[in-house]
Design a protein around this ligand. Structure first.
Ligand code: FAD
Length: 307
């Protein structure tokens, strides 16, 4: 308890402690902060609701030599059963501003909220990404994609800060972000993304709405959206992971509480009490069977967050 008080007062100047836009949880259970519902405890966890507090918590963590990680909805993450020995910063900074066909979204805004706000202004471009759990920040890092569309298609620029110099705002133009399939510069260099500028096209409101409904229907008929998962476990490469896993008759295969979805072979679902160890062991089993049968190495799309 004394330790907690010391930490907060050291980490937080008074104006931050009394701020509605930041909440501190000590020894927070990480399963609440990932769509997989798996993970031990984070030593420190902050939920931030604006960019100033996002940067301030990152800055103070670094100042106190604590490792830290900014997350969105945790929809691409597998947290370690042993938790996280540092600071998890849950980004809920979700301001969205629209000027003509330009949209400025804070990185903690959910893609659902963004797509809806665009729809209300007859702005089209992001509909194919409907129904995917993601914040704007997580979507940029992973170059979120579906149905031959990716978030990079609509991005003009990204506002970010290097972890090593959080006082200097950087604007990266789309080409500087090196977007590729499920990849971007943000996966390889340590940046905090704060805001993204999109350029969208005007379209008919009914058509936009129909496209969103159609995409959501397609997703819910083919993916186990009523179970806890982190989406597709493996990246597409020379082979389509879901297809080969299905051909190997691995649907329904399970280790502990982790199971290959019976609905979509590319997903591993948490049937209730899965541990990260269960998921990692199941991943290894799938990879070795694919290697034996197809002589291909599957690469993980989901990210394991070590203690
Ligand atoms: C049911 C389901 C369906 C899915 N379908 C798809 C799909 O069709 N296509 C697809 O591409 N993905 C899909 N995914 C995966 C997931 O939705 C995406 O990877 C998504 O972009 C993750 O966003 P997030 O906000 O949850 O990021 P998180 O998972 O929280 O974080 C992902 C990474 O981004 C980093 N990060 C997050 N925010 C910031 C920030 N502001 N600054 C710097 N780094 C940051 C984190 O540190 C982490 O390394 C699916 C997942 C689920 C659960």
């Amino acid at each position: 308890m004394i330790w907690r008080k010391q930490f907060i007062s050291a980490m937080f100047p008074k104006f931050l402690i009394n701020n509605d836009n930041v909440k501190y949880i000590k020894d927070a259970s990480l399963d609440r902060f990932s769509t997989f519902r798996i993970g031990g405890k984070a030593k420190h966890l902050f939920i931030v609701r604006d960019n100033i507090n996002l940067l301030m918590v990152c800055y103070l963590s670094r100042l106190h030599n604590l490792k830290y990680k900014v997350i969105g909805l945790g929809a691409n993450l597998l947290f370690d059963d042993d938790g996280y020995n540092g600071v998890i910063v849950v980004n809920k900074s979700d301001n969205i501003m629209i000027r003509d066909n330009h949209v400025f979204a804070s990185s903690g805004a959910s893609m659902g909220k963004l797509i809806n706000r665009c729809k209300l202004r007859n702005l089209s471009g992001l509909e194919n990404l409907s129904g995917i759990p993601s914040t704007v920040g997580g979507a940029v890092v992973n170059n979120l994609g579906a149905f031959d569309c990716s978030i990079a298609d609509c991005i003009e620029q990204v506002e970010c800060y290097k972890k090593s110099n959080l006082s200097k705002r950087i604007i990266l133009k789309k080409d500087d972000c090196r977007f590729q399939y499920r990849d971007s510069i943000f996966k390889h260099k340590d940046y905090i993304i704060t805001r993204v500028k999109f350029k969208l096209n005007y379209d008919n409101a009914d058509e936009i709405n129909n496209r969103i409904t159609d995409i959501i229907n397609k997703k819910s008929s083919s993916q186990p959206l009523n179970q806890h998962s982190a989406g597709s476990v493996f990246k597409r490469g020379k082979i389509i992971p879901a297809k080969v896993i299905d051909e190997l008759r691995l649907k329904g295969e399970h280790i502990g509480g982790a199971m290959v979805s019976t609905k979509h072979a590319g997903f591993i679902v948490n049937t209730g009490n899965a541990t990260s160890k269960d998921v990692l062991n199941l991943i290894s089993k799938i990879k070795s069977q694919v290697k034996i049968s197809y002589d291909e190495d599957l690469e993980e799309e989901i990210e394991f967050v070590h203690r």
